[in-house]
Design a protein around this ligand. Sequence first.
Ligand SMILES: Cc1cc2nc3c(=O)[nH]c(=O)nc-3n(C[C@H](O)[C@H](O)[C@H](O)COP(=O)(O)O)c2cc1C
Length: 160
Amino acid sequence: MSTAVVYVTKHGTTAKIADLIAQALGTATLIDLGDDPGSDLSRFDRIVLGGPVYAGQPLKRLKAFEAAHAAELLSKPLALFTCGMETDLSQREAEIAAMFSEPLRSHAVGAWFMGGEFQFQELGFFEKAVVRRIVHVTESVTAIDQVAVTALAQALKTAR
Ligand SMILES: Cc1cc2nc3c(=O)[nH]c(=O)nc-3n(C[C@H](O)[C@H](O)[C@H](O)COP(=O)(O)O)c2cc1C
């Protein structure tokens, strides 16, 4: 079974999570939509798709990819993931709903919230100000949920 882990990232944390998912699956091809926006998925049997949340919303590149590849994503075993620092469970659900269309969520083996990071050295001036003022975080934090990574990989491995 060949698996593609397709993702978007702004500051690199989703790439780290995609790599952890690939390791948990055993083998997978990582596809960063920033490098390869028109990526061809036809040679893959299973797809993992994910990206980060900023101000409650996904990056536009992820939505564009979903729209362009909807039929293919709906025709194969699919697992979805969201990278973000929200801690409230209902807000996390809302962020997952904003990230992926209802048909994709219904078709997928699941949609996991993976946590994320605030990497102050990577953030621009405006982003740092937002994080300080709104989240009251003033230094780098890592909160990637390895349990969710393992759960996604297990669910996809047993999907038909
Ligand atoms: C300006 C800013 C806004 C953010 N807004 C949200 C948000 O609304 N919800 C959330 O869960 N995480 C939010 N985050 C956290 C990011 O999703 C987190 O830093 C993530 O790890 C970024 O992933 P990336 O490095 O792959 O882009 C925000 C981060 C920044 C810097």
